[in-house]
Design a binder for this molecule. Structure first.
Ligand code: ADP
Ligand code: ADP
Ligand code: ZN
Length: 226
């Protein structure tokens, strides 16, 4: 059985979480979102949550040692046997290096890095209008992807909320952090021949279709290897 070990790259608001939700279900691989893991820890007031909270509220990155630790532990779980989709990790070159070490120890490798490209003005519109379900975590947008039930989740009926870090001021710092700390990863993975770019301005279902095609091609190709 070949694995589908994928990184979803892209700025905050590019659509990583939205796409991951569909693809992970379809390909039966776990959706590993460091942002979701940190938000759950903050909610549960665990030591991890307490240390991550102030960084998240300021729109800064949680320190690499902390982040790498939770991902290493998560990737070692049995459910990654057929693959995984990383969303929001790695976000720095040291994180990318640490990921290689962790995967090496687990005797795994990366299949593809899918980079969703969206211009900055659109990212601001997306993040400031984003709504998330308190219960199941589904993501909506007031204008671009409204819930069929208004202010309640179309999937589970849970209440929708706006993330504290989706205010315009914090969004601007997050985009700056992205361009300084995360964009070097694009070149890093291009050089390794793993990068695939996708136009993230396309409608949600069209982006899904493009990603699906790229994953199928990669998947088939790894399958025929000895
Ligand atoms: P990320 O996980 O990359 O931060 P999300 O998946 O949370 O991004 O998407 C950010 C916002 O943009 C959400 O409100 C989502 O509904 C909306 N969105 C996602 N993809 C698209 C798209 N292709 N077109 C328009 N809006 C989108
Ligand atoms: P988005 O995709 O909308 O930027 P995420 O949900 O991925 O947001 O992340 C929310 C916050 O969690 C980030 O602003 C950061 O503080 C923290 N975080 C998530 N992933 C990482 C990571 N890989 N490294 C450091 N901090 C992270
Ligand atoms: Zn819901």
């Amino acid at each position: 059985m070949n694995e589908m070990n994928v990184i979803l790259l892209g700025a905050p608001g590019a659509g990583k979480g939205t796409q991951a939700a569909v693809l992970c279900k379809e390909f039966s691989v776990p959706h590993i979102s460091t942002g979701d893991m940190f938000r759950q820890a903050v909610q549960a007031q665990t030591p991890l949550g307490l240390s991550a909270k102030s960084f998240m509220e300021r729109g800064e990155l949680v320190p690499d040692e902390v982040t790498v630790g939770i991902v290493a532990e998560r990737l070692a779980a049995d459910d990654t046997a057929r693959g995984f989709l990383l969303d929001g990790f790695p976000r720095t070159l040291p994180q990318a290096g640490a990921l290689d070490d962790v995967l090496g120890q687990l005797r795994k490798g990366l299949t593809a890095v899918l980079n969703i490209e969206v211009p900055e003005e659109e990212l601001i519109r997306r993040l400031t209008g984003r709504q998330v379900c308190k219960v199941c975590g589904a993501t909506y947008h007031r204008l671009f992807h409204p819930s069929s039930q208004g202010e309640a989740c179309g999937l589970c009926g849970g209440a929708l909320y706006q993330r504290v870090d989706d205010s315009e001021a914090t969004v601007r710092s997050r985009l700056l952090v992205y361009s300084r700390q995360t964009t070097p990863l694009i070149e890093h993975y291009r050089q390794r021949g793993l990068l695939k770019n996708i136009d993230g301005l396309l409608p949600i279902d069209v982006v899904t279709e493009r990603l699906r095609e790229l994953l199928r091609v990669r998947h088939d190709r790894t399958e025929i290897r000895p």
